[in-house]
Design a protein around this ligand. Structure first.
Ligand code: FAD
Ligand code: NAP
Length: 339
């Protein structure tokens, strides 16, 4: 028995919003055995299990009446290699960005655009993390998860995961799959994705004509650090709303009053609107109500200036949603997982 179950634990250090709610039970899983023990504990004590990684995509609005299990398993290994590349496996509790740097240091390309995203490897498939034109699904090989209903292990390949924009089967079936480890298909010859936002421009400004994946990673880290608040100093969960997919007719209607509306046409005819642009146009950028606010540099990010509760952050999010719907006829969907 290795699982150390603590009682009545503050979750403030375990969520990047820094919201101070308490967990009825709390434990960390360093191995598959710990996970199995936690599942057994949950059944034995009739207490639900809530799995977390880095807590960077969570909004906790109340005390958690559950056993909160923080994934802390570590390990990175190459499970297959040929002259083109390698399949790299990482345990769920591995912190994401150091894992990205580890693969780049091994000369493997593929994860560079996903640099500096907080959180853990195990949570990354949950919302098919994405940034700068690359999503996890583009480099995903397979994963191992435990079915919390039956206790059985299951392997998932790409076709099983139903990855979508900030979405997956795992997100749509909450509390069913506990991801233990993930494998990525990475390459020794890089196909770089530079045509997104200011990435290429940043590399050119640095005089880098033939960038390596590591150059791209460093450029993206620099861009992100300038724009996004660091949760270590200002509580946040990254983008609070997904970029909405709307019809071309809706965009045309918005253009009548806002000719500068920012939208990206999709293959299916819909248009992805920049939610941050809508929120900024509506005047919310830099707004603050008590300790809950909208970041002054990036209006897609809600921030906790110190003592905001999850309920206050949620109330602000709902005010923004209502306002955007009234002004633009667009429903904004929250991205973080709400508890
Ligand atoms: P948590 O917040 O701990 O958990 C998220 C969800 O996954 C919860 O529902 C939890 O129950 C579940 N979960 C966690 N681990 C497991 C597991 N092993 N098995 C099953 N379920 C699990 N996201 C992006 O997509 N792109 C970005 O560019 C990006 N930038 C960000 C920038 C900042 C500053 C911040 C704060 C967040 C950003 N995010 C971004 C959001 C977030 O970092 C990612 O979604 C990340 O993958 C969450 O990982 P986590 O370990 O913190 O998950
Ligand atoms: P940005 O570059 O200011 O762009 C604003 C929005 O427009 C982004 O959300 C992005 O959508 C979209 N966009 C920009 N260029 C695009 C293109 N060429 N094709 C299609 N869509 C385009 O965004 P940012 O806020 O600084 O973030 C940069 C990247 O990091 C984005 O990919 C963003 O998703 C990601 N990020 C995510 C989070 C999170 O918590 N989820 C937090 C910070 C940053 P997409 O979001 O669909 O890419």
């Amino acid at each position: 028995m290795t699982l150390n179950v603590q009682h009545d634990v503050s979750l403030k250090p375990y969520n990047t919003f820094g919201v101070n709610v308490r967990a009825r039970r709390f434990a960390e899983a360093f191995s598959d055995d710990d996970v199995c023990e936690a599942l057994a504990y949950s059944t034995r004590h009739d207490v639900p299990l809530m799995v977390i990684g880095g807590g960077s995509n969570l909004l906790l609005t109340r005390d958690v009446d559950a056993l909160v299990l923080r994934m802390a398993s570590r390990g990175i290994r190459i499970v297959h290699e040929d002259c083109d590349g390698a399949i790299v496996e990482a345990e769920a509790g591995e912190p994401w960005h150091p894992f990205v740097l580890d693969t780049l240091a091994q000369g493997l390309a593929g994860l560079e655009n996903l640099s500096l995203i907080p959180g853990t490897v195990g949570a990354a498939p949950m919302q098919n993390i994405g940034a700068y034109g690359v999503e996890l699904k583009d480099v995903f090989h397979s994963l191992t998860a435990i079915d919390r209903h039956s206790g059985e292990l299951r392997e998932f390949v790409l076709a099983d995961c139903e990855f979508g924009y900030r979405d997956s089967l795992f997100k749509r079936q909450p509390n069913r799959w506990l991801i233990l480890r993930v494998r990525f298909k990475l390459s020794y010859s890089a196909t770089l994705h530079l045509d997104y936002g200011p990435v290429r421009q940043r590399l050119e400004e640095q005089g880098i004509k033939e960038p390596s994946p590591m150059h791209v990673s460093r450029a993206i880290c620099a861009i992100r650090s300038e724009k996004l608040p660091d949760p270590a100093t200002l509580g946040n969960a990254g983008s609070f709303f997904k970029n909405p997919l709307v019809s071309a007719e809706r965009v045309a209607a918005i253009k009548l009053t806002h000719p500068g509306v920012v939208g990206y046409p999709q293959a299916d005819g819909q248009v992805k609107l920049a939610a941050g642009w809508l929120i900024e146009q509506a005047g919310w950028k830099g707004f603050r109500d008590g300790d809950a606010g909208v970041h002054a540099l990036q209006s897609l990010v809600l921030v906790n200036y110190g003592q905001a509760s999850g309920e206050q952050l949620l109330a602000l999010a709902q005010r923004i949603q209502a306002d955007i719907f009234e002004r633009f006829g667009v429903a904004l969907e929250m991205e973080p997982n709400l508890y």
